[in-house]
Design a binder for this molecule. Structure first.
Ligand code: SF4
Ligand code: SF4
Length: 207
């Protein structure tokens, strides 16, 4: 018993001269590790265009169903991203998010990263749904965020915006991307092939 007490006191004495490991938050903030996964940031290209092309891959990869996106078409008069589409609405529910980083890994354009931002508490649940306006970095800023610490660099600025072309699927206009024919000239019918076309007709007749 006495031996244990002496050992305990020795530990205390040894630590007395050490620098404290605690910090006086919030006046003082700890520098987080490079790969810390905190609140998300949506990034821009140097040109100011948004990296997000509204592809939904991040939402699909999210195990917590925390991301809600509504995509809209770019036009030459109103171009927001270099792709055919951009995220008109991009919400993240911070109450659902488990900060796993899957959304960052799934993104093909380096548009979304998890950063060292950890002050995300709030008083009302609805205030923890973060909208695009809050997530998107300000115009004039084009950072790559924590991607540098994780993986190869994201794609650089595209030289010119990608052309927004339209395709047709099942007789209906659809984005060329949606029908998997992004390089087709506008208004060209997509050949389904005999077998697919037969099935298409059969499905319509059954409906
Ligand atoms: S960090 Fe994980 S849980 Fe949070 S939004 Fe991204 S994929 Fe979903
Ligand atoms: S953040 Fe990336 S993965 Fe998510 S919709 Fe935008 S481009 Fe696609």
């Amino acid at each position: 018993m006495a031996m244990e007490m002496i050992k305990g006191l020795a530990t205390t004495l040894r630590e007395l001269g050490q620098k404290p490991t605690t910090v006086s938050y919030p006046e003082e903030k700890r520098d987080m590790p490079a790969r810390f996964r905190g609140r998300h940031v949506l990034h821009r290209y140097e040109s100011g265009l948004e990296r997000c092309v509204g592809c939904f891959l991040c939402a699909g990869a999210c195990p917590a169903d925390a991301i809600y996106i509504e995509a809209a078409e770019n036009s030459e008069e109103h171009r927001v991203s270099p792709g055919e589409r951009y995220a008109r609405v991009f919400d993240i529910n911070m109450l659902r998010c488990i900060f796993c980083g899957y959304c960052q890994q799934a993104c093909p354009t380096g548009a979304i990263t998890l950063e060292k931002i950890y002050e995300i508490s709030d008083l009302r649940a609805e205030d923890l749904i973060y909208h695009k306006e809050r997530l998107l970095e300000p115009l004039g800023s084009a950072t790559r965020g924590s991607l540098d610490a994780w993986v190869a660099p994201p794609p650089a600025d595209p030289a010119t915006p990608l052309p927004g072309r339209q395709g047709f699927f099942d007789g209906q206009p659809a984005t060329a991307t949606a029908v998997g024919q992004g390089d087709l000239p506008a208004e060209q019918e997509i050949e389904l092939g005999d077998e697919l076309a037969r099935r298409d007709v059969a499905w319509k007749e059954e409906a």
